[in-house]
Ligand binder design. Structure first.
Ligand code: PLP
Length: 379
C-alpha cells in the first residue's frame, strides 16, 4: 500500500507508541489522584505542556489538552463569543475553514450571533482589506486557519494577528495542518487561541491541545472536575498526551529536514505531472503552500472515480477533505477559490509525509498516467 493521504491522518510513529505503553500497562493511575501512583501521569502531562509550549513560544500554563482538533475548534468558536458576548455578537471567519469551524459557526448563528465568512482569491488566500472592512465594534472573534487541509494554502497569519490585536479583537487559528509541519510563534504572530491535533503529526488519534493566551478568561467547555484548570473537565488522557508529546518532539526536531525532503518530493511530483499529463491545474498557492500538499484538477476526469481506480492499485489519495467523502457535493474550499463545480469535481488531493519515498511517487505518477489516459478515452 502507498499512503498519500497524510492530511487525513498520519501513521503513529514508534516513538509515540513507545511513550504511550507505560501509561497503560504500568503507570495507569489517575493523574488527578493525590498519591504518587497518580502523580506519574500528572508529571508527564505537565512535562508535555513545557515541551509543547516551547514549540509555539508560549508558556506551559497556556496549554490545555483536548480530544483533538474538532474539540479545540468547537471550544474557540463557541466559548469565546459566549464569554465575551457583552462586547458584541459578531464573528469573522473564512469560507475555506474545516467543518469543525464552519459547523460551529452555524451553531452560533442559530444562537443569534452574526458570522462573516471572508472570501479567498484564486490561490485560496484571504484579502486583508476585506478582513479590515469586516471588523466592527461588535466583533469579538476572528478565526482564520493557518493552513488549509484541502489545498495547502498558508494564510498570512502574522498580518491577520497584527490587524486583530490593533482592533482589540481576539484571534483564533486552526493550526491542525501546520503545527509541527511549519514554524509557529504565537507571540510573533499575535495569536490568542490556537487548535492542534496529535494524529496530524504522527501522534495517536483522539488527543490534541489548545493554546489560550494568559489573561483570556473563558467559560468552561466541559463541566465536571477541575482538570485543565477547570476549563475542560475529564480525566486526563495520559497515554494520548504522552504519545502526542513524543510525536511533537520528534517532528519539531526534524522539521527543517522534513520540510526540505517533503517539499522536494512534492515539487518533483507536481513538475512531472504538469509536464507529462496534459490538462492539469494546480489548486492552491504556488508558493504559500504546505510542504506536503498537492491538489490538482484533471480535465475530463472525475476525481472520485480516479480515487477508486488508484485505490484498486493500492494507492490512498482523497478528493477534497475526508470528512466530505460520503457526500458528492463539490469541495466548498475549491468553490470558494473560484473553481467551477466541474473543475472542483475533477480534483484529487495527495498529501505526503517524510515516510514516502521517491519510488512510491514514481509508481504513483505511472499509475496516474495510465488511469487518466483510460478515463479520458472512455469519456
Ligand atoms: C483534521 C482537521 C481537524 C479536525 O481534527 P481532529 O483531531 O481529527 O478532530 C480540524 N481542522 C483541520 C484543518 C484539520 O485538518
Amino acid at each position: 500500500m502507498i499512503y498519500l493521504d497524510n492530511a487525513a491522518t498520519t501513521k503513529t510513529c514508534d516513538e509515540a507508541i513507545k511513550a504511550m505503553t507505560p501509561y497503560m500497562n504500568e503507570k495507569y493511575g489517575n493523574p488527578s489522584s493525590a498519591y504518587e501512583f497518580g502523580n506519574m501521569g500528572k508529571e508527564i502531562m505537565d512535562e508535555g505542556r513545557k515541551k509543547l509550549s516551547r514549540i509555539i513560544n508560549c508558556s506551559p500554563e497556556e496549554i490545555y489538552y483536548t480530544s483533538g482538533g474538532t474539540e479545540s475548534d468547537n471550544f474557540a468558536i463557541k466559548q469565546i463569543p459566549k464569554t465575551f458576548k457583552g462586547r458584541g455578537r459578531h464573528i469573522i471567519t473564512t469560507g475555506i475553514e474545516h467543518h469543525a469551524i464552519l459547523h460551529s459557526c452555524q451553531a452560533m448563528e442559530r444562537e443569534g450571533f452574526r458570522v462573516t465568512y471572508l472570501g479567498v482569491d484564486r490561490n485560496g488566500r484571504i484579502r486583508l482589506n476585506e478582513l479590515i472592512n469586516a471588523i466592527s465594534n461588535e466583533t469579538v472573534l476572528i478565526s482564520v486557519m493557518h493552513a488549509n487541509n484541502e489545498i495547502g494554502t498558508i494564510e498570512p497569519i502574522a498580518k491577520i494577528g497584527e490587524i486583530a490585536r490593533k482592533s482589540g479583537v481576539l484571534f483564533h487559528t486552526d493550526a491542525v495542518q501546520s503545527f509541527c509541519h511549519i514554524p509557529i510563534d504565537v507571540k510573533h504572530m499575535n495569536i490568542d487561541i490556537l487548535s492542534a491535533s496529535s494524529h496530524k503529526f504522527h501522534g495517536p488519534k483522539g488527543v490534541g491541545f489548545m493554546y489560550v493566551r494568559d489573561g483570556i478568561k473563558i467559560h468552561p467547555f466541559m463541566d465536571g472536575g477541575s482538570q485543565e484548570k477547570g476549563l475542560r473537565a475529564g480525566t486526563g488522557n495520559v497515554p494520548g498526551v504522552a504519545g502526542m508529546v513524543a510525536a511533537a518532539t520528534k517532528a519539531h526536531e526534524n522539521m527543517r529536514r522534513n520540510v526540505k525532503y517533503v517539499t522536494g518530493l512534492r515539487d518533483y511530483f507536481i513538475n512531472r505531472v504538469m509536464r507529462e499529463i496534459g490538462g492539469i491545474r494546480l489548486n492552491g498557492h504556488p508558493v504559500y503552500r504546505l510542504p506536503n500538499n498537492i491538489n490538482i484538477s484533471i480535465k475530463g476526469v472525475d476525481g472520485a472515480v480516479l480515487m477508486v481506480m488508484l485505490d484498486l492499485k493500492g494507492i490512498c489519495v482523497s478528493t477534497g477533505s475526508a470528512c466530505t467523502q460520503n457526500n458528492t457535493n463539490p469541495s466548498h474550499v475549491l468553490l470558494a477559490a473560484g473553481l467551477s463545480e466541474a473543475e472542483a469535481g475533477n480534483s484529487i488531493r495527495i498529501t505526503l509525509s517524510e515516510d514516502n519515498t521517491k519510488e512510491e511517487i514514481d509508481y504513483t505518477i505511472n499509475v496516474l498516467k495510465e488511469e487518466i489516459k483510460k478515463l479520458r478515452e472512455k469519456a
